[in-house]
Design a protein around this ligand. Sequence first.
Ligand code: GRG
Length: 308
Amino acid sequence: MPSRSKRRLRPAGPGFDLTAYLETGAAAVNRALDQWLPKERARPATIHRAMRYSLFAGGKRLRPVLCLAAAEACGGAASEALPLACAVECIHTYSLIHDDLPAMDDDDYRRGKLTNHKVFGEGIAVLAGDALLTQAFEIAAQCRAWPRYSHQEVLLELAHAAGSLQLIAGQVADLESEGKSISAAQLKYIHERKTSALLSASVRLGGMSANCTRAQLEALTDFGYHVGLAFQIIDDILDVTQTSEKLGKTAGKDMAARKATYPSIVGLERSRKIAAQLTRRAFAALKVFRGRAMALESLARHLLHRDR
Ligand code: GRG
């Protein structure tokens, strides 16, 4: 189990430096993940190499950093949120490995590198995803319990976000809508589950690690929901407007797969406006934190304006 210091990531206040915050947060998450995961040499070495290959392939660590920032907004320490932040990143990475498989989105590149199945074969890639999903619960189960939030509540939060009513539901609806014309409402259903659910769970878990009040938890849910929807719209916009090199994954796939996206349904300009509106709704949710959620606000702004 990695050691926990009580250090804050970086005080959020005037002159807040988001780049430094992201770098420090991602570095803390990377160190902790390295300690939580079985070593590459642990038998059977292939599965541990495959798990580590995708986990350390250069993901932006947005969900775990949002988790740490939510903890700090609620007056907690990032170090207390770290196991939950790592658990979320393991679930996210598992979903990407499985999503890239030939039976799903069939992609050759992810995070600027060959996808897991391209390097290790499909069988090991399926198992590496399974193992990361399981690892997430092993890590989360070792977090401490807080007066308002039991281990049971924390584990249920993760299971619900990753389960067949949320993340998997989104993926199922996504698969079943390929090549079909779907409504904006159906697309929103997919985005809420495929993207918003885990993002919202990330900030909720951060709040829980800080023993947040129920009102703060509600606010984080509202924030995560809206940031999650905006995040996916921006992801769809970037798929059309950026290069594969910039994205580290194959650009233009949505159109090639005739996938319904916000840009394909309402156009690029309207999509940008909707993402900005959603981000404003996310900012509004932060009012209850009375200026202590500078990092969350900065992160939401950054996600809206990101170019990869
Ligand atoms: C359960 C197999 C399975 C899939 C679930 C998450 C998912 C559905 C599919 C992955 C592909 C996708 C478009 C997901 C939506 C969320 C999203 C935009 C993920 C990419 O997140 P980033 O940009 O990636 O944070 P990095 O690599 O930086 O972590």
